[in-house]
Design a protein. Structure first.
Length: 194
């Protein structure tokens, strides 16, 4: 079944992508998150859903966090950081928010597939997740065969998005350790209005 092939392909690609992250980048990211006053997260489309999931866990850790674009999002300040998730690193709305944040003096953490992207060029910390993004497309069958590159069975940005979610959940685990938080502590901050 194609389902089994796709499942194995996704797991293999996500594993390869997330294991490419350097330990020092993780340390820099978690240190920055612990040191800033407020954390702002953003992404568009499916990356935006990943950003919201990460924001929820940061809130469970007791950190001050906001999702960019929500009606309750406060102003970002110079002692804050913006975590921007964009596979291509060229999403115009994200680049606009990054420019505003930089002008104010906020720190920027970029999560992207491209270290030479506009987003990465503006970031203080770059987390590269090399997963295929929606902009990656090579329709030349012969060139793919010669180079040994074959397209994945996951559509568009799936590998990047799933890799981002897994990476960020692993950041939460590291922060739990760093902040001496237990699952019981996180659960105490979970919403009771559901």
């Amino acid at each position: 079944m194609i389902f089994d092939d796709a499942l194995n392909d996704i797991i293999e690609n996500v594993n390869k992508t997330t294991h490419g992250v350097k330990d020092e980048d993780v340390t820099q990211m978690t240190q920055m998150i612990r040191e800033v006053e407020n954390i702002f997260v953003m992404g568009l489309g499916r990356s935006g859903l990943v950003a919201k999931a990460f924001a929820m866990r940061l809130m469970h850790l007791g950190l001050s966090v906001a999702v960019v674009g929500e009606t309750t999002t406060p102003a970002i300040g110079p002692n804050d950081c913006l975590i921007a998730i964009s596979g291509s690193g060229e999403t115009s709305h994200i680049l606009s928010a990054v420019a505003t944040s930089k002008d104010i003096g906020s720190k920027i953490i970029a999560i992207t597939s491209y270290t030479d992207s506009s987003l990465a060029n503006e970031a203080d910390i770059i987390i590269q997740l090399k997963g295929r993004t929606k902009i990656d497309e090579d329709n030349n069958y012969t060139s793919r065969q010669i180079s040994g590159l074959h397209s994945t069975l996951s559509p568009m940005g799936t590998i990047f998005e799933i890799s981002s979610l897994i990476f960020l959940d692993s950041i939460i685990a590291q922060l739990m350790e760093d902040l001496h938080q237990t699952e019981k502590d996180l659960k105490a901050r979970h919403t009771v209005l559901e």
